[in-house]
Design a protein around this ligand. Structure first.
Ligand SMILES: NC(=O)C1=CN([C@@H]2O[C@H](COP(=O)(O)OP(=O)(O)OC[C@H]3O[C@@H](n4cnc5c(N)ncnc54)[C@H](O)[C@@H]3O)[C@@H](O)[C@H]2O)C=CC1
Ligand SMILES: C[N+](C)(C)CC(=O)CC(=O)[O-]
Length: 491
């Protein structure tokens, strides 16, 4: 049964949470007094739809239903999770919790997005303090996986486990802090860097642009993949962390920081920073900047995914749980019915597969069809073990036709037929579908080779027999329209 999340406060962060829940198959009910909340959330959701589904190579569950409740109580009624993202003011948060608890009676976890309040502050006056916990996300919530999970001391193990389970099921990473502290862990770093940056601008040392360059051309890239300590361990050379600390330890006593002071936050400083920021980035609207940010984040996360490192390793682990029980079982059914085309690919289109024309770029059609060919090779037994023993297929010729547009986030499927198969030859016909619409075809002629001699040889007996089983069973099907067609030939 589809679960419902109540999102209380639908601003920047509430909107991001709504998108994260919806795109992972939850229904979402939003409560926000702002008459503009619906418009703002629909824009956040639009950005999320083009970036989150294609982050993974597995297809997420069907998108949940979004609704806007007339009252907080209506939003919370029957919800399996409540995520509070109202402004960072304790009085507002306390008033909201009292109303939520009156409906849930402490039976449902209330995750708070608070950037800085400690759980013991959040639960002051609460009837069911164990159910209220810090679940601090990072913007954009629909792409960044970190959630700092800080329960109040009254929380039971079962409540903490439940929270952890929900966060993980959303593809996020619960960092469970056992001790509370103002601003948790990550925001203490952000605060330190922010203070230092304000001083550098105020003192005329660097502009907002120069500070951003210092981060994005250097340590910002490093931090995304190894964090702080592992990065510094490597920086210590062969002697590692101890050498690093011996070399740079004394600098801690030198005036390398102004963190002890806070620059006075007066109009002069605010204008200095915002004027420089306008000059730096004012040419883009916030929505444009969000899309630029999302494109970059998706590209970085997918690069880390390919390396199975950091947040990319988390994506891979989540993908396994999403895959289980969906496409794999569908494929297994197809394999037992060789007269039918085999579903060899079912995935969402990643943002980094699109181009300047705003749709899936041509090289990715070959990528998708190549994945289908690889999958079909596995189906007939030409798998990693067979290849390691010295046999494989090389592609000799390919013809791709583009029949319809595909956009980021679209779920595509490829169905594969065998036009000819046996001995050295394998002639495949891939059809790519968006729903029931045929959007591309790929015709591929492959030769079975010996990986030792690099020359064509007949396939091994088992692979040959499996391939012929498909070829024979599909021989009676009508020849696909477009098969064997040369470029420019009439349709
Ligand atoms: N903006 C950021 O970068 C991050 C913010 N946070 C935290 O998330 C929370 C929300 O922050 P933002 O989304 O940035 O603020 P925001 O100002 O964008 O959104 C707050 C929303 O709450 C609504 N609201 C006010 N009173 C309400 C009530 N009684 N019931 C329901 N809705 C109500 C407002 O109309 C507004 O739409 C804060 O606790 C903040 O510390 C956490 C991570 C990052
Ligand atoms: C600036 N901030 C304290 C609201 C930042 C956060 O809480 C996390 C983030 O997304 O940067």
């Amino acid at each position: 049964m589809t679960k419902t999340a109540a999102v209380i406060g639908g601003g920047v962060i509430g909107g991001g949470w709504a998108a994260r829940f919806l795109l992972n198959g939850w229904d979402v009910r939003v409560s926000d007094p702002d008459p503009d909340a619906e418009r703002k959330i629909s824009q956040v959701l639009e950005n999320a739809r083009r970036s989150l589904p294609g982050l993974s190579d597995a297809v997420l569950p069907p998108e949940g239903h979004l609704s806007f409740a007339a009252s907080l109580e209506e939003a919370v009624e029957g919800a399996a999770w409540v995520q509070e993202s109202v402004p960072e003011r304790l009085d507002i948060k306390h008033a909201v919790y009292a109303r939520i608890e009156a409906v849930t009676g402490g039976e449902v976890i209330i995750g708070s997005s608070t950037s800085g309040f400690r759980p013991s502050q959040l639960v002051e006056g609460a009837a069911h303090p164990g159910a209220i916990m810090v679940c601090h996300p990072f913007n954009p919530v629909y792409l960044l996986p970190l959630v700092e999970l800080v329960p109040a001391p009254q929380a039971s193990l079962a409540q903490i486990d439940e929270a952890r389970g929900v966060i993980e099921a959303l593809g996020m990473y619960p960092l469970h802090l056992k001790k509370e502290i103002d601003a948790h862990v990550a925001d203490r770093f952000l605060e330190a860097v922010w203070r230092e940056a304000l001083w550098l601008v105020k003192d005329g040392i660097a502009t907002t642009q120069e500070i951003d360059d210092a981060i994005r051309y250097g340590f910002g890239i490093r931090w995304a993949q190894m964090g702080l300590f592992e990065t510094y361990r490597v920086a210590g050379g062969e002697a590692g962390m101890k050498h690093f600390m011996a070399q740079f330890g004394p600098a801690l006593k030198w005036p390398w920081t102004r963190l002890m002071d806070v620059p006075e936050f007066n109009d002069e400083l605010v204008n200095l920073i915002s004027d420089q920021s306008d000059a730096q980035s004012g040419a883009h609207s916030i929505r444009e900047l969000e899309r630029i940010r999302d494109n970059n984040l998706v590209a970085m996360l997918r690069a880390l995914k390919a390396q199975d490192q950091a947040a990319g390793a988390l994506l891979n682990a989540h993908e396994k749980t999403v895959r289980a029980g969906t496409i794999l079982s569908a494929r297994a059914a197809d394999i037992t019915r060789p007269a039918l085309p085999v579903v060899t690919l079912h995935r969402a289109v990643p943002l980094d597969w699109t181009d300047y024309n705003g749709h899936m770029t041509e090289s990715r059609y070959l990528d998708a069809f190549a994945q289908s060919t690889d999958r079909f090779m596995e189906v007939i037994g030409c798998d990693a073990e067979y290849i390691a023993a010295g046999g494989s297929y090389f592609t000799a010729e390919t013809h791709i036709r583009h029949l319809g547009e595909v956009n980021a986030g679209d779920v595509i499927s490829v169905r594969t037929r065998v036009l000819q198969g046996g001995g050295k030859k394998m002639h495949l016909w891939h059809e790519m579908y968006l729903g029931e619409d045929l959007v591309a075809t790929g015709e591929h002629f492959l030769l079975h080779v010996s990986l030792e001699t690099r020359k064509p040889v007949d396939a091994g007996a088992a692979v040959d027999a499996a391939l012929r089983r498909f070829a024979d069973a599909q021989a009676g099907l009508p020849r696909p329209e477009g098969a064997g067609r040369g470029i420019g030939a009439p349709r």
